[in-house]
Design a binder for this molecule. Structure first.
Ligand code: PLP
Length: 374
């Protein structure tokens, strides 16, 4: 039986064109980019071409783009650098960040580094007034680390407002853009970020390939020590085919952005309508019909003996969805995000997340199945 894949916020299928772009670098073009002979020169050129292309698509300078192994490494690098190299003594974050940020922030909180969370509004958005109050009352230099789009409920942050607040109070602004790079056009010359993190496997690129954008105006030290790759900023032989794949995936995503985003938004809207029509007790988490990522829909249903098994039952019916974030290796301790925004023990929550490969027919099938399972 065919599976229905509604977990595109966890990871996406590799685009065929991306695979084609990567294949030569897995076969004939295998040279180490640090080698000075022709094999190495070929692959060095591929990496620098990829960097230029990524920079152009994000309206950044090539020197501001560093290739990493994933979004998690990029988040770790940015937070470590803000504390170690940029004099940040206080970190302002939110309780609904991804664990790649939350656990990293926790790690760096020590005797002389403190942290606080911004308040959330009832719909899960960041309370920007509270953010400004915290920034204005903090005597130390702050790092603000707030994600562009939440990976469980889809809420979108107003990055320009936050960036300008950080500018006003001389704070460093890092944003985990793992769910938005490749899904939204970003203009890094116009948006006052110091750091952003991205990950290729969230937009039909390969796993194990991420980027960290570091604004030209700040100088940081490497997080991974060793060789002089990435202009001494990230040691380790480059993930050549991952980098080539990342750039190709971003090129494809941005050239098809208008078409794909409106199609995927139409799927999300259709699923909301169908769920409301067929399952009256459904509710949606976050700001699902407002400032929300078009790929993610978080739905809750009353908890019953039957509905409690919903993820398991969806799985045995070949439907892939998740209870929250899929990034914690199967350990189901419930979602910290849902606990914070909607602490109702009488609900079960499912995150559906869509891609250009999904269809309305799939939504009809899933809604029909959900009706039986609730
Ligand atoms: N940040 C967010 C918002 C994510 O959704 C994820 C993955 O789900 C990550 C970070 C981690 O990215 P990666 O899998 O590339 O380490």
């Amino acid at each position: 039986m065919e599976r229905i894949y509604f977990d595109n916020a966890a990871t996406t299928a590799l685009d065929k064109e991306v695979l084609q772009a990567m294949l030569p670098y897995m076969t004939t073009h295998f040279g180490n980019p640090s080698s000075i002979y022709s094999y190495g020169r070929e692959t060095r050129l591929a990496i620098e071409t990829a960097r230029k292309s990524v920079a152009k698509l994000l309206n950044a300078h090539p020197g501001e783009i560093f290739f990493t192994s994933c979004g998690t490494e990029s988040n770790n690098t940015a937070i470590a650098a803000a504390v170690r190299d940029l004099g940040c003594k206080h970190i302002i974050s939110s309780p609904i960040e991804h664990h790649a940020v939350l656990h990293t922030v926790e790690h760096y909180v020590s005797g002389d580094v403190s942290c606080s969370f911004v308040k959330l509004l009832a719909n899960g958005h960041i309370d920007l007034q509270d953010l400004e109050e915290q920034l204005s009352s903090c005597e130390d230099r702050c790092l603000v680390t707030l994600m562009h789009a939440n990976n469980e409920i889809g809420n979108l942050l107003d990055i320009n407002v936050v960036g300008n607040l950080c500018k006003k109070y001389n704070a460093i602004f890092h944003s985990d853009c793992v769910q938005t790079i490749g899904h939204y056009p970003l203009d890094l010359r116009k948006t006052p970020f110091h750091f952003i993190s991205g990950s290729g496997h969230k937009f039909h690129g390969p796993k194990g390939a991420g980027i960290l954008y570091v604004n030209d105006n700040i100088k940081i030290q490497p997080f991974i020590l060793g060789g002089s790759q990435e202009r001494n900023m990230r040691a380790g032989t480059e993930n050549l085919y991952g980098i080539v794949g990342f750039a190709k995936a971003l090129e494809t995503a941005m050239s098809d952005h208008e078409k794909d985003s409106s199609y995927i938004q139409s799927l999300k809207t259709y699923m909301i309508e169908q769920l409301r029509k067929e399952i009256k007790c459904v509710s949606f988490n976050g700001d699902a019909e407002g400032k929300s990522l078009y790929t993610i829909l978080s739905a809750s249903f009353p908890k019953t003996e039957k509905s409690e098994m919903i993820l398991f039952n969806l799985d045995i019916n070949h439907i892939c969805a998740s209870g929250g974030s899929a990034c914690t290796s199967g350990a189901d301790q419930g979602s910290h995000v849902i606990r914070v925004i909607n602490n109702n023990p009488n609900l079960v929550t499912v995150r559906f997340s869509f891609s250009k490969y999904n269809t309305k027919e799939e939504i009809d099938k899933v809604v029909r199945k959900l009706k039986e399972l609730i």
